[in-house]
Design a protein around this ligand. Structure first.
Ligand code: ADP
Ligand code: MG
Length: 236
């Protein structure tokens, strides 16, 4: 049984890529993880150890070969693609190393993209009076981008683009924010500012945060640091 405040639970998860260069050894080998609501967790480990694989499974972008994946009391490893897509859109926000913004859209349009795919879903917004547009403007102001809302990504600095990606990830008020090396493409000062922002938003919005990172400074700021090694997680 999971603890009452458990948000995410992985139990005995395995994942292998058939025919991969690493041989047919599974990347994840019976991995377990429990994350509480609002918790912050860093996942560290050498390149190629399976960090992105793990984050993609948690984010339901890929399915495990075996094991259980439970988000907010719901088994995800048995859902069909349509149900998964709905859960992903509503409950999970993603930030990648490269921001993946749409170059032809403005900052404001970019952060509203996840709110478009809401067909057949109850709104996850806490207050019916708060429109996605209001929330987008509020969050963009919160991250210091008030003056940049009508800019296109190409007109922004790397740090600004990554802040847009953070707002886009939070726009549907997810319970869980997944970040895969979010500061990997940023200089030191900009990376520090982004880390501070992620932690402030974690506290303000109550969004649990799982960050995969190579940066020890960023990892240390999370509530817990786990190392992925030989396909399982161990506390640091
Ligand atoms: N789609 C894929 N097909 C085959 N092999 C893959 C695929 N994705 C990752 N791998 C392999 O799985 C291992 C783990 O990769 P990854 O999860 O990206 O590691 P990390 O994010 O820790 O650098 C690596 O050996 C990688 O080459
Ligand atoms: Mg990776």
């Amino acid at each position: 049984m999971s603890a009452p405040d458990s948000l995410l639970r992985l139990a005995n998860v395995t994942k292998r890529y058939p025919g991969a260069a690493a041989g047919d050894l599974p990347v994840l080998r019976g991995l377990s993880l429990e994350v509480a609501r609002g918790e912050t967790v860093a996942i560290v480990g050498p390149s190629g150890c399976g960090k992105s694989t793990l984050l993609n499974l948690i984010g339901t972008l890929d399915l495990p070969d075996s094991g259980e994946l439970i988000l907010d009391g719901q088994r995800l490893d048995t859902l069909d693609e349509l149900a998964l897509a709905a859960t992903r859109n509503r409950q999970i926000g993603f930030i990648f190393q490269s921001h993946h913004l749409l170059p032809q859209c403005t900052v404001l349009e970019n952060v509203l993209v996840p709110t478009l795919a809401k067909v057949g879903q109850a709104s996850s917004l806490s207050s019916p009076s708060e429109s996605p547009l209001d929330r987008a403007k509020q969050l963009l102001t919160r991250v210091g981008l008030t003056e940049r809302m009508s800019y296109r990504p190409g007109q922004l600095s790397g740090g600004e683009r990554q802040r847009v990606a953070v707002v886009r990830a939070l726009i549907n008020q997810p319970k869980l924010l997944l970040a895969d090396e979010p500061t990997g493409a940023l200089d030191r000062a900009t990376a520090d500012a982004l880390a501070a922002l992620l932690l402030d938003l974690n506290r303000e919005q109550g969004t649990a945060l799982i960050v995969v990172t190579h940066a020890p400074d960023l990892a240390k700021r999370m509530g817990r640091v786990l190392e992925l090694r030989d396909g399982v997680l161990t506390a640091q």
